[in-house]
Design a protein around this ligand. Structure first.
Ligand code: MLT
Length: 399
């Protein structure tokens, strides 16, 4: 008899964004005449940067010739890409060695897969509201989860409580869903807490490229001591429009050493290498050549132009909310604007209202945790025209 993992019984029936996609598909099937504008899942709309496409095209040609064809690559990524990423880190003063960088098919996969190298006896500290992957992947393992609340009072940036003992802490900055970003001083407090408790911080930096102020850290590794207590996840999805192309990277410092319950020491870098070489066959060469180009001067400039376009969309959203007198967070260092639901609505009620009355899709705050109730997330990733149209419709309804 094959038994299944009973922990799946503790999950909601479907993943948040799959649930939303179904609801929108049902609505569009019933009301095909409505032009639905999607500002729900954080999916980009601008194409890949021209120099990235060119690099991928060249790689395709190489793959078509006997002399330059490549089969399996290194599971942890080609050196050319890992070198480019290490250089990128140096550009904002984080010293990361090439063999601490693991190229992958994205931050979402790695945020989930990293659970493999930790004991199920750990207590997991998760912010609420939060990107649902952290919670769901730990529920799948049956781990003990404790929460720290994000509230308007703490700017949706919960800080450590010395009375709470956590072993693994998830932080996401700039934050999904709230758009809030930790300062250097705040991150230093977290690093201090983790070092004191021998804990590990799993730091999701997928939105680092949206940071608009040099005082806000783009990596936890700019904080002294972080290499002894943190793993960082990064993504090219939002930075360079790779949501469909798939490429990200995870930094596991060599200084990270932790023990098994019976006291045997392990290097987390070696464990992650062992995990990846066993369960992953690497990102396609063609994609890695494109990713390498993202980190070139030309690539960074072209990607920055796309980010500026989304940042302008975020301004349009924030201006519309200002016009309606609706309080919001984020939108500055982030493509996400986290708003209070108008008229005291619950977030799923507001989702339905916005979809059916205004033809706009967003993400209900409650989908990110109980503290997200009565909040709603809009993304700046639509086209300019759609963002403008959505917010014109919004103002008409809610001014
Ligand atoms: C989101 O909308 O929260 C993100 O796009 C989800 C993801 O990156 O997986």
């Amino acid at each position: 008899m094959a038994f299944v993992n009973e922990n799946y019984g503790n999950l909601k029936d479907s993943y948040l964004f799959a649930d939303i996609a179904h609801r929108v598909a049902d609505f569009s099937a019933a009301r095909p005449e409505v032009k639905v504008i999607r500002m729900g899942i954080g999916d980009v709309t601008l194409p890949l940067a021209p120099c990235v496409v060119e690099a991928m095209g060249k790689a395709v040609q190489e793959m078509g010739k006997k002399e330059s064809f490549r089969g399996y690559g290194p599971e942890q990524g080609y050196d050319f890409l890992r070198e480019a990423i290490a250089k990128y880190y140096r550009s904002f003063a984080a010293d990361i060695a090439m063999d601490e960088i693991f190229v992958s098919d994205g931050a979402k996969s790695d945020c989930g897969n990293i659970t493999d190298i930790f004991s199920d006896d750990n207590t997991i500290l998760i912010p609420d509201p939060v990107y649902p992957v952290y919670l769901d992947t730990n529920l799948m393992r049956g781990r003990k989860i404790i929460y720290m609340n994000g509230t308007p009072e703490n700017g949706f940036l919960p800080m450590p409580d010395e009375k709470v003992k956590a072993d693994i802490i998830y932080l996401c900055s700039p934050n999904n869903p709230t758009g809030a970003a930790y300062t250097r001083e705040q991150l230093a407090v977290w690093v201090d807490y983790a070092l004191k408790n021998d804990a590990i911080i799993l730091y999701d930096a997928a939105y680092e490229s949206f940071v608009a102020d040099a005082k806000i850290p783009r990596s936890i590794f700019v904080i002294p001591g972080a290499k002894k207590c943190a793993i960082e996840f990064c993504s090219l999805s939002k930075t360079a429009g790779f949501t469909g192309t798939r490429c990200g990277y995870t930094v596991v410092p060599k200084e990270l050493i932790r023990k098994t319950k019976d006291g045997k020491e392990f290097s987390l870098n070696k464990m992650w290498l062992r995990r990846q070489t066993t369960k992953f066959n690497g990102v396609p060469y063609i994609v890695q050549r494109g990713a390498e180009k993202v980190f070139s001067g030309e690539g960074l400039a072209q990607c920055r132009a796309n980010l500026a376009y989304y940042q302008e969309n975020a301004k349009i959203i924030m201006e519309a909310l200002d016009t309606c007198g609706i309080r919001y967070f984020g939108g500055i260092h982030s493509p996400y604007v986290w708003m209070e639901c108008p008229r005291q609505m619950n977030s799923w009620d507001f989702f339905d209202y916005l979809l059916t009355k205004v033809g706009v899709v967003g993400t209900p705050g409650a989908g990110f945790g109980k503290m997200g109730e009565k909040y709603f997330r809009l993304t700046a990733f639509s086209s300019r025209e759609n963002t403008q149209e959505a917010m014109d419709r919004f103002v008409k309804e809610f001014e």
